[in-house]
Design a protein around this ligand. Structure first.
Ligand SMILES: NC(=O)C1=CN([C@@H]2O[C@H](COP(=O)(O)OP(=O)(O)OC[C@H]3O[C@@H](n4cnc5c(N)ncnc54)[C@H](OP(=O)(O)O)[C@@H]3O)[C@@H](O)[C@H]2O)[C@@H](O)CC1
Ligand SMILES: [K+]
Length: 509
């Protein structure tokens, strides 16, 4: 009993079926596996993956077939339980799809079904001969002659279609036509293994008369013909847990402290509703104008700052930052966070793991197609750079914004002055360079080639200070007539920089 339960969870992932969605959704780990596997394979890809499993990953055919057949039996038992569907006829073809059917027959017998097999074109190889031998010894009945399709329902409650898999090339040859007709014309629910027989592996059913399965169990990965527009209302499972994770994931970035990513999001989400994360071998970059096109945000997270980083191909992921922030709020501060994406995927997955792996949760987020142009940021020599404690800067910006909408930053050899004025009066805060630097985080350091005085909108400076918790220090770089740069260095991993153009003093004329 326990074993049965175990194998069900271990080998079966549901792809698209409303009926036990909640069960899957709350079972943490399985959901991440589920999303990782949902990309559709062409016929060539399916054959290539098959070869990789044998050649690169050293699986044997009977190993894969056993796992495939077990997941088929498990899916059938879920969708068509023995309480209502106790008799099954499995129609087996000459290839490996038929072999999956022979394995499923044995497991279905153990699940309590009364199983018969129709196996018209037997392949004289020890693998198939042994599987058939095992079936016979497990009490599976071998049907030599098929009754007419309309009589099948007098003897069986379900049919299992293990006739053709991904190597089928239409049209079906005469010798196997009766087997296919039984599947298409019986009016019994049909459970198709990997590919509904007779369908084009990529283009789906050829006509309205093609097989309409009630259940499809994709093996390894769904093929193009299993897209929802083809399988319509059929229940759809993904079976066969033998795909090595590295085959399906092409981007993976892991941080032991999710808090860094949470803080990064806090630092940008009020300025940007959406942004593209550009990932390559060197790390993750984000560059975007704020929603009102006044400020520019530039984020850089180096690959070596992550605890694990892998990016097989450059990938740009457009994300809604509000949604991403909601997801990151679900992570505990001590959780590790892993961001994962598949090749050409339209989703990204966030996995949070508690310190002892007692709790693992994953969240899948839809990616967006953002057509955002990249703005080159020129390397600039600045007339002044001011480093000061980030909390001090945040407090000054907040305090001064009570007085007016703008802050004037004036850097001279005496120090730096932040001023604001408005209806209630005016305010000036002067900071001098720290005399001795005992505590670097608390130091004020001013480097000045030429004095500069510029005016900036308070509102934006206040947005920038949302990055305060990322770094104990902030650096302001200023030159006449170029945007101010407000930079927070994120320890050991990168930086976030905000660029803000100075306000032009209004001319009296
Ligand atoms: N890792 C994986 O990927 C795994 C794959 N697995 C399973 O293997 C399946 C693929 O197996 P496969 O390659 O043996 O091909 P499959 O489709 O069963 O049969 C080909 C046979 O059909 C015949 N035939 C073809 N066209 C025909 C026609 N028009 N009319 C009549 N006959 C026709 C063809 O004959 P031939 O043309 O060679 O004379 C040949 O004998 C896959 O779908 C999955 O179920 C799992 O077991 C484990 C993991
Ligand atoms: K099939």
């Amino acid at each position: 009993m326990f074993f049965n339960k175990f194998v069900r969870t271990a080998f079966l992932f549901r792809v698209a079926n409303s009926w036990s969605f909640n069960e899957m959704a709350c079972s943490g780990k399985q959901c991440s596996e589920l999303t990782r596997n949902i990309s559709y394979l062409s016929q060539d890809n399916a054959v290539a993956l098959d070869q990789d499993l044998f050649n690169e990953y050293k699986f044997s055919v009977d190993q894969l077939m056993e796992l495939a057949g077990l997941s088929v039996a498990t899916a059938i038992n879920k969708a068509f339980p023995t309480s209502s569907y106790n008799t099954a006829l499995i129609i087996c073809g000459p290839g490996n799809n038929g072999g999956d059917g022979l394995v499923a027959a044995r497991h279905m017998t153990l699940f309590g079904y009364s199983v018969s097999i129709y196996y018209p074109k037997r392949t004289p190889k020890p693998l198939y001969e042994n599987l058939l031998w095992q079936c016979e010894n497990f009490g599976v009945k071998i049907v030599e002659t098929l009754p007419p399709p309309n009589e099948l329902k007098n003897q069986y409650k379900i049919l299992v279609d293990a006739l053709f898999g991904f190597s089928f090339k239409p049209p079906v040859r005469d010798a196997l036509k009766p087997a296919l007709e039984a599947l298409t014309e019986s009016e019994l629910p049909v459970c198709s293994v990997d590919i509904p027989s007779g369908w084009d592996v990529e283009k789906g059913p050829a006509s309205n008369n093609s097989l309409k399965p009630a259940l499809l169990i994709s093996l390894t990965a769904p093929k193009l013909c299993s897209k929802p527009e083809f399988i319509k209302n059929a229940r759809h499972f993904l079976g066969g847990r033998f795909v090595p994770p590295e085959l399906t994931t092409m981007f993976e970035a892991r941080l032991l402290k999710s808090s860094i990513l949470k803080k990064v999001l806090e630092a940008i989400k009020d300025l940007l509703t959406q942004a593209t994360f550009d990932c390559d071998d060197n790390g993750i970059q984000l560059q975007a104008m704020d929603n009102s096109h006044v400020a520019l945000v530039s984020l850089s997270l180096r690959a070596d700052g992550f605890d694990k980083y892998r990016c097989d191909r450059n990938i740009s992921m457009g994300m809604n930052l509000g949604s991403m922030s909601k997801i990151l709020k679900c992570a505990g501060d001590k959780d590790t966070v892993t961001i994962k994406a598949q090749d050409n995927a339209d989703t990204v997955t966030f996995v949070f793991e508690s310190p002892n792996q007692e709790k693992v949760s994953d969240y899948e987020m839809k990616l967006m197609n953002l057509d955002l142009e990249h703005l080159g940021i020129p390397e600039t020599e600045y007339s002044c750079t001011i480093r000061l404690p980030s909390a001090e800067f945040a407090r000054m910006c907040r305090d001064l914004s009570q007085f007016g909408e703008s802050i004037v930053i004036s850097c001279t050899k005496e120090g730096v002055k932040f001023s604001a004025s408005g209806d209630i009066g005016s305010a000036n805060i002067k900071l001098a360079q720290t005399a001795s630097i005992d505590k670097e985080d608390e130091a004020v350091i001013i480097e000045m080639d030429e004095p500069v005085t510029l005016t900036f909108a308070c509102q934006y400076l206040n947005y920038f200070t949302k990055a305060t918790s990322l770094s104990p220090q902030v650096q302001l770089s200023m030159s006449a007539d170029v945007p101010l740069v407000v930079e927070y260095r994120i320890p050991d991993i990168g930086h976030i920089r905000y660029y803000l153009a100075p306000k032009i003093e209004e001319d009296d004329n």
